[in-house]
Structures are given as structure tokens and as C-alpha cells.
Design a protein around this ligand. Sequence first.
Ligand SMILES: [Fe+2]
Length: 183
Amino acid sequence: MVDVEGLRIVLADTTTQRFHAGTMQRAGGQIIEAAADATRLDIPTFVTAHHYPMPLSVPHFWPPGLPAQEAEPFFSRLAQACTPTGAARPSAFYTSGHTHRHRLYQRSGIVCTEVGSPKDYPGTWAGYIVYETGITQVVRRVGAPDVLGWTDFSGGAAMGLWRLWSPGLRSHRCFHHCWNPGN
Ligand SMILES: [Fe+2]
């Protein structure tokens, strides 16, 4: 856990031995506690973990993330812990990797992102700008010419489908999220 000005950052280990799927069994309780404490201090919580929440209890694409039967109660508890009294929605952000693609969605009202990998097409990383009223995610592409040669080549994986699957929408990569509407 790291506190910076205006944000509590919680880093969680969701890995499992020998399996691709993740788990919140070890880290979940501590994340909720840290988030509840941040809410008492009037600070939003940014959770970063390796695994994304799966919408289903069984994987429907590769690689699998947090099974829905774990993810749903976790996000529901996190949302409860991160919603200040009278607020319209939780002051929390969850970001993960693992899929090496870019996506934006919500779980229990918490904004969630998946961010790509510097080594696979399109070869990216995400930066965050924190404001009192919200947070901005900006995804940037690694731009060194010798690296671009590799990342362009890697876009040909899965018969070229990777080039279509990985980038996602620009609005899923770069966006601003207000902690509470109207801010
Ligand atoms: Fe992974």
C-alpha cells in the first residue's frame, strides 16, 4: 500500500501457483480494509493487480482471470467500502494486466481497466494523472524504432487476430473518470 497526494494505491498479489487464473482469497480482505480506511480519510482507492475480473465462472477466452464467484463478492464489498456517505458511486479504480489487451468496464460501479503489455502489439503502458475530483488514464505506445519492429511483428499472432483484439477502443485506453458525477 502506498499513499500519494489524493490517492491510496493498493498493490495486490492475485497469482496462483501453476494456474493461469487468479484469486482474491489471499489479498481480498486486506484490500477491503485498506480501502475502507482510505474512505474514512476521504481518499479514493486505486487497486492494481495482475488478474482481471471474469464476467463468468468459467473462462470464455484466454487467459482466465478472477472467477466471477470470487470477483463479484469482492467488487461488491470493495464498492461498499469505497462509497462515501451520500456519494452516488464508489471512489475506486481497479486496473489489471494478464490479457495484454485494453478494455474498460465497471464492476459494482467501480471502474476497471485492463492495460496492454510493452512487449506485445501494440506495445503499451499506462500512466495516471490524479486530480481532486477524478483520475485520468493515458495509454502510451513504446516508440523506440527497434521496439516498434517487434511489436508490429507480434501483431501477427493468432493469424493476425491479435492486431484486432488487443488495442480495444481508444476511449477504453485514454479517458477521465470523475470520482463522483457532477464533479
Ligand atoms: Fe499473466
